[in-house]
Design a binder for this molecule. Structure first.
Ligand code: DX5
Ligand code: ZN
Length: 213
């Protein structure tokens, strides 16, 4: 299992110790949640913050764009040296074109689905994807309770991916802790995002280790 801690629950008044913790930890990725106040009812941080973070973070970046018109930001995400650029199916009309642009920029491409969006909307793009990010809360905020029918959704997505031989990894985001993480691991998830479970823990490195199923 790969673990992708979400910086959204870190201390925004002093990010350096939290990123140094991530560097020391067994985390595989660092998850960066970008919100525009339009696609989701919240605003988080933008490119100036992420540029500074990318200079000190030694883990590959998993950039989750909760913004409208994500296709306009490919070169800025590339300039962060990001591993994954992940955008929402609900926020993008030309998904195939955007995936091509992300690949042409040298990044891996991911598409994210809100809890009510069916996985069948990805049937004709799944083979081209490197990641599918299933939201297990409604996007916009950390610390929300896990939506349990995501476990069945992961199983169905696992079958869809395996049936067509896609290399896409299944990432799950929202309300992940050791209990929900184990259920997701058994259902076939490849990556777990965790914000509050990691950064609000007394021992964040141990919290990360507890998700390495
Ligand atoms: C929510 C974000 C998540 C968030 C998860 O819109 O996409 O990445 O940080 O936070 P937790 O793990 O606290 O639910
Ligand atoms: Zn996220």
């Amino acid at each position: 299992m790969q673990v992708s801690p979400s910086l959204l629950s870190a201390n925004f008044a002093n990010l350096t110790p939290d990123i140094e913790m991530i560097n020391r930890s067994e985390a595989d990725l660092l998850h960066l949640d970008v919100m525009d106040g339009v696609f989701v009812p919240n605003i988080s941080f933008g490119f100036p913050v992420m540029q500074d973070v990318s200079r000190i973070c030694k883990k590959p970046l998993d950039v989750h764009l909760m913004i409208v018109e994500p296709q306009n930001w490919v070169s800025q995400v590339r300039d962060l040296n990001a591993e994954y650029m992940v955008f929402h199916q609900e926020a993008c009309t030309h998904i195939h074109r955007t995936v091509q642009a992300i690949h042409n920029a040298g990044m891996k491409a991911g598409v994210s689905l809100c809890p009510a969006t069916p996985i069948t909307t990805l049937e004709d793009i799944i083979f081209d994807l490197d990641q599918v990010l299933l939201m297990s809360v409604n996007p916009g905020f950390g610390g929300q309770p896990f939506i349990y029918n995501t476990v069945e959704k992961v199983k169905r997505l696992r079958n869809m991916i395996d049936a067509c031989g896609s290399k896409a990894l299944i990432n799950v985001d929202g309300g992940v802790n050791a209990e929900t993480g184990r259920m997701l691991a058994e259902a076939g998830a490849d990556i777990l995002v965790a914000g509050s479970y990691v950064f609000k823990a007394a021992d964040p490195e141990a919290a990360i280790r507890s998700l390495k199923f």
